[in-house]
Design a protein around this ligand. Structure first.
Ligand code: C2E
Ligand code: MG
Ligand code: MG
Length: 748
């Protein structure tokens, strides 16, 4: 994985972690808000229910009080006892037996009677002495209304009281009003029930101006003032809402903050005198256990999230560090600290290098393994580090290099001029060599270098090829890649790796070229010439592969194979009833060094049951030069078996008439060089030499063949010289055996 991919992955991980975190947070918050909301809703509903219940109980209390008063009013009116002397006592008596504080009766005209608990009954009391609030409700009852007064301070008890008043009828006519006062405290019991919201809330009774009529002693607000509008615990905006709701006598839900806690409130009008029931609840109180649990869960979740964030960021940092280290290891050579090969190729591929603007070079230390052996691995590593330093110092901006493995370094130089590249690279190599002598050892480190111009495909293969060539050349010099040479080597490599299989698959084909009998003008024989037709149809000529096979020894196998092909062909002709002609086969000199050569040849003619006389073995002159005796012995043995021996390409190398005289061959093939037209003068010289050779051969009973007959003139010339056979394109190019049979071999 490269740096970019790692960074991209890191980014992906970070983003997905962050997104998951945010998602978790958002979901958690939504869930939390939903839970809180539904809890609040439940609490509010509970508050409404309980407030309504309280309101109902207040109403009950009032209606009970009215009932008591009305019953009394009916009795008084029915008996019309208001004028009686005992009326005052009767009122006082009645007052003793109910829950009222004060009771009074006022006729429509004149003074009334007033009985207060613990006080003397007042008779003949003018209505003007009554509190205005009391007076007002009594006057409303004079109109037939059942009325209840606002709160006022009782003159007698100095407490907050209110007055109920009902009309008294005599014979269906309003005669006066019966009124009774009571402490507001009669509602305290109702409001103070500590069962409000399961003990988690409390109720106040408010007057029309928001004044606390009954204040719960459970109130959380200790210094709130006389009205709910005093104090700062209720926000101004909420106060405004309360005022508006009160003006319209509507219920309202609100909240306030006190000492850092939020309290939910509910205001419900009682329906009498603008009174309100003010219900307060503390969240923490109302559903204490649920809130506690939720809080715990919330804290846990937040903690968990924080932990995840911490772990993630830790993991991220760890990964980054590890990746950095990994990246360093992935792209650096641990011995020298230079970039390594993957880093080099990455730079090569990733950079903006245009063909023709750069060179890639490979530098190697000549026989580095000896440095290791002689001075130890430590010194070897030091040398590598030194080479790295020198190369690094020799680079320009935006150029790069690496150490691949062992002592192989690659460089990329941004140069377009070959000679500049050569100079720069040679300077670097010389610097290493010179320094190596100064470290006390008498060992001069030498290098070699291959280089290739950028832009060609498979640049790294080419630079290695150039390096391999450089190794065979001068030290501390640069060898530049050569396309032709490389192609040749590639072909050689192909041939060497495929030759065995090709032989098995019959890719080596027998081609035949006729040898013309110059005396009769008929085909007097043929030369077997091999062609390699590869599996993809490529035609390879002997010149491409014979030198290679001579080098690697495969030629002996191929030659024996060709002899067998020739035997097969002759057998075929004989079987087909065709008079066979002798065929010459080229023989590698290597065969002559094999002890069982003749045996194997003999085995082949035996196998195909053909006369050995039909096989001519073509050898090269050079073979005989060093050991004439031994050669003659071999030739004699072959001739004893019936084979004929021909000397090929005579006159092409260091031919000598001496060899011709001493070697007991049957045939001499004059190289086609003799017929190659040059100057008139040289032509004449060659003609004379040929004439001598032919004459000498005739006297030695050696038949003569001239190769390379390409024209009528060539033929006329060799005929005039008395040559026996002519071979060349003038007659035919080498053609495959079947075509040859078709063209030249006629059934008799
Ligand atoms: P060579 O034995 O001297 O074969 C004659 C070569 O000259 C053949 O080339 C042939 O095609 C070519 N030739 C014939 N007539 C003319 C002509 O009129 N003009 C010109 N310019 N060339 C002519 P080829 O087939 O490419 O063979 C080249 C050489 O390869 C042969 O030279 C021979 O030394 C060697 N060779 C061919 N086949 C074998 C083989 O099976 N075994 C061995 N060991 N060597 C072989
Ligand atoms: Mg030949
Ligand atoms: Mg030849």
């Amino acid at each position: 994985m490269d740096e970019g991919a790692i960074k991209r992955q890191l980014r992906r991980i970070t983003i997905s972690a962050a997104v998951s975190g945010i998602l978790l947070l958002v979901c958690g918050s939504i869930f939390w808000a939903y839970l809180m909301n539904s809890l609040n809703q439940t609490v509010l509903e509970q508050m409404q229910t309980e407030t309504a219940e309280t309101k109902r109980r207040i109403e009950n209390q009032m209606s009970m009080d009215f009932q008591v008063l009305e019953t009394l009013a009916v009795i008084i009116g029915y008996h019309n006892v208001m004028e009686s002397a005992h009326f005052a006592e009767a009122i006082s008596e009645a007052n003793q037996h109910n829950a009222f504080d004060t009771m009074c009766y006022f006729p429509l005209e004149g003074n009334g009677v007033l009985a207060t608990l613990g006080h003397e009954v007042e008779t003949d009391m003018p209505i003007e002495r009554l509190n205005a609030n009391a007076r007002s409700v009594i006057q409303r009852s004079f109109q037939g209304e059942r009325a209840i007064s606002r709160l006022f301070d009782s003159m007698l008890s100095q407490e907050k009281v209110f007055v109920y008043s009902v009309p008294v009828y005599v014979d269906g006519e309003i005669a006066g009003a019966l009124a009774a006062s009571d402490h507001i405290d009669i509602f305290t019991e109702i409001l103070a029930a500590d069962t409000v919201l399961g003990g988690g809330g409390y109720l106040h009774l408010l007057g029309s101006e928001g004044r606390f009529l009954i204040r719960s002693n459970q109130s959380v607000v200790k210094d709130g003032g006389d009205t709910i509008f005093d104090g700062t615990y209720i926000r101004e905006s909420e106060k405004e809402k309360i005022r508006q709701a009160m003006a319209r006598q509507e219920a309202l839900k609100t909240s306030f903050q006190y000492e850092g806690k939020e309290y939910l409130c509910y205001l419900e009008p009682v329906g009498v005198n603008g009174w309100y029931i003010f219900c307060v609840n503390t969240r923490q109180w109302a559903n204490a256990s649920v809130y506690r649990m939720l809080n715990v869960v919330g804290i846990l979740a937040a903690g968990l999230l924080a932990l995840v964030v911490v772990f993630l960021s830790y993991g991220y940092r760890l990964m980054r560090r590890n990746n950095k280290e990994l990246l360093y290891l992935a792209y650096h050579d641990p011995v020298t600290g230079a970039n390594n090969f993957p880093a080099f190729t990455k730079s090569l591929e990733g950079s903006d290098l245009r063909p023709g603007t750069y060179y890639v070079a490979a530098i190697n230390i000549y026989q580095f393994k000896f440095v290791n052996e002689l001075f130890g691995k430590e010194q070897g590593d030091n040398l590598l580090r030194f080479v790295k330093q020198v190369l690094e110092g020799g680079l320009k901006k935006e150029e790069f290099f690496c150490r691949e493995a062992g002592d192989l370094f690659y460089l990329c130089l941004r140069e377009s001029d070959k000679e500049t590249v050569r100079r720069r690279l040679e300077t670097m190599m010389d610097r290493v060599s010179t320094a190596s002598l100064q470290d006390g050892h008498n060992y001069r480190v030498l290098l070699y270098c291959g280089a290739v111009a950028g832009g060609s495909g498979s640049i790294m293969t080419h630079v290695l090829f150039a390096l391999a060539r450089a190794k065979e050349m001068q030290r501390n010099a640069v060898w530049f890649y050569d396309e032709e040479l490389h192609k040749k080597e590639e072909l050689e490599n192909y041939m060497e790796t495929h030759m065995h299989q090709a032989l098995q698959d019959g890719e080596f084909k027998l081609f035949l070229q006729p040898k013309m009998d110059l005396h009769t003008g008929k085909v007097g024989g043929a030369e077997a010439l091999v062609r390699w037709i590869t599996s993809d149809g490529t035609f390879l000529f002997p010149g491409d592969f014979i030198p290679l096979f001579e080098e690697n020894g495969f030629c002996t196998r191929l030659d024996m194979y060709m002899v067998e092909c020739v035997c097969q062909q002759i057998r075929q002709w004989m079987d087909d009833g065709i008079q066979p002609i002798p065929i010459s086969v080229n023989q590698s000199k290597l065969l002559f060094y094999e002890t069982d050569y003749i045996t194997r040849l003999w085995a082949l003619v035996e196998k195909y049951q053909i006369p050995a006389q039909l096989i001519t073995l073509e050898i090269l002159e050079g073979l005989a030069v060093n050991n004439m005796e031994e050669m003659n012995r071999k030739i004699e043995l072959l001739q004893q078996k019936g084979f004929r021996v021909s000397m090929d390409d005579f006159g092409s190398g260091y031919s000598s008439l001496n060899t011709l005289c001493n070697l007991r061959i049957n045939e001499l093939k004059l190289d086609r060089g003799f017929l190659m037209q040059t100057t008139q003068e040289e032509n004449e010289k060659l003609r004379m030499i040929m004439e001598h050779i032919v004459q000498l051969s005739q006297s030695l009973h050696i038949s003569t063949v001239v190769e390379g007959v390409e024209t009528q003139e060539n033929e006329a010339l060799i005929q005039s010289l008395g040559c026996d056979y002519g071979q060349g394109y003038f007659y035919s190019k080498p053609i495959d055996a079947a075509a040859f049979s078709e063209k030249y071999m006629k059934k008799q």
